[in-house]
Design a protein. Sequence first.
Lengths: 90, 566
Amino acid sequence: VIVFIHLHTTLQKETPEGLVRNLSIEIDDGARLIDLVDILGIEADEAHTLFVVQGQIADLDHRLAEGDVVHFIPAISGGNFSAEPKKYTL
Amino acid sequence: MQVWRINVRTQSFTQMPAPGSWEHLGGRGLLARIMVDEVPATCEPLGPNNKLVFAPGLLVGHMLSSCDRISVGGKSPLTGGFKEANAGGTTGMQLACLGIKALILEDQPETQDWNLIYLSREGLKFLPAADLLGLGVYETAQVLLKRFGDKVALALIGPAGEQRLSAAGIQNLDKDRVPSRIAARGGLGAVMGSKGIKAIIIDATGTEKPPIVDREAFRQAQKMFTKALMDHPQTKVYSDYGTAAMARMANGFGALPTRNFTSGQFDGVEKISGEYMRQVILERGGEGEPTHACMPGCTIRCSNTFADKTGASLVSPLEYETIGLMGSNLGIDSLDTIARVNWEVNDQGLDSIEVGAALGVAVEAGLMEFGDGNRALDLITEIRKNSPLGRIIGSGATTTGKVFGVLRVPAVKGQAMSAYEPRAIKGTGVTFATSPQGADHTSGLTIRAKVNHLDPQGQADLSRTVQINMAGYDTLGACIFAGFGFAAAPEAIRDLLNARYGWSVGTDILQVLGKESLKLEREFNRMAGFTKADDRLPEYMTREPLPPFGPVFDVPDEDLDGVFNW
């Protein structure tokens, strides 16, 4: 299964060839978002990162499909946002 | 703190203490109170009965990080309703140091003469402005700084405001005296033009910061707030990447306005992204800066200076909303082109969002092709020439759509949407539809909430919460990004206000102020003739699916009508 990855702002990877923010990789059939985090070796947890798969916010146990476009967007929540709209403060 | 009232016809001036019902308000909330109290809601926006009011927020004047914003208000010539537009820079700080809670410009001159208003500790004087007419904002600011010294603050209009165009804003100096901090939206520059005022010079020489009732308590609260702000991970993102970090994020959600809002993803997004912009600025060096503060004392410094290949500044700042409306919305994938177009609209004193949206509509009208930056510049030059075509575009997206018979006009209450596609971020769609200000990102964004943005359920609740909070922040004079700190330390707002004014407000003060402001704004709009029919998105957005994910805007009308039932 091949997925397309977009790393945002502070999650871009420093490489000898320069900053990398867009890449595609092959993962096992049935792999979940959390597996992708491990493979990429990036620091991304649900409290500090927004995971967007095919235009929608996804959990770390989200199962990935062929051709999925995955965005890792850091530090958006800062722990201050919640799925409960009433607790949302900004 | 006093109310300074200026009659531009008689050139007379009074200083009075604020009435009791104004005392607990500042910024946006105070503007709403003044408009309801003093301005007939049915008045002509460019006539003698409209007023132009400048009001610093409640916390302005103390160099609290990101809390020195100036609110400008009046009846909008663009929407016909209440309008508050706010800006960073130094105007708010200097007005507060002069002890001005509200500066109210009234009436209309009987002659065609243009004036400057010079404010200082000694009061004010009117000075002739004939030599500045037709000059761009950048040159006008240089002349005024030479004449009055470089310590003053300025609020000024460009040729667009002089020509009373509905997309004209009012510009303010940033901390480096660049006149780029614009109270952009709703045509307040045209209102200033209708009063015959080219610029207001604010000279706070010899003054001190506004008084603080309990200095030690204020210092403690300031420390708590600054720490919360600095510790917030988002602060780092905005320092390094600025608001432009939003381009790839919005694109990821399929919410980046593209080709006149006909797609939510742009194939050229990488070349207009905040990440790419930072790389370019650092590579080019020279006058370019990826991180820049618009106000003294700001720790976030989300602003920037974008330089060309030789390192010479093209524009400062280059922001997400402009990148969205003048980049992807026009099919333009070059930051250099966007920066040039941005400089040109700044110099004319125009709102880049409104003009960008008008140009998107102009493409559908056959006046240009998507991706043609040179043609975009030509059309903006028409505005400077004050030609009929230029006047149409400079009157905004709605007027442009009407004149050329274009159906797809991304606007609400006559004001163009900023760079969030409401079909893909439906909570923001609710804000665009229902805000008393017309479609406006500063009225309450929801893209950062961890919700399913495509689900119509719950979006009205989400929008209500952020609209209340934003109206509260605008009343404090706090930048949207100060909210990162206040969200982490909500008691800081309570403590700062209590220490500053000797009040005893509770932790819900942000919401109390926000609700009061929204209630007054809606009251003004109601008296101006607005109904719930005005709280709707353009109909085509409820019918035409948005590529690539295909949503329509389907939040029920009952939900929209219930947003302000709290």
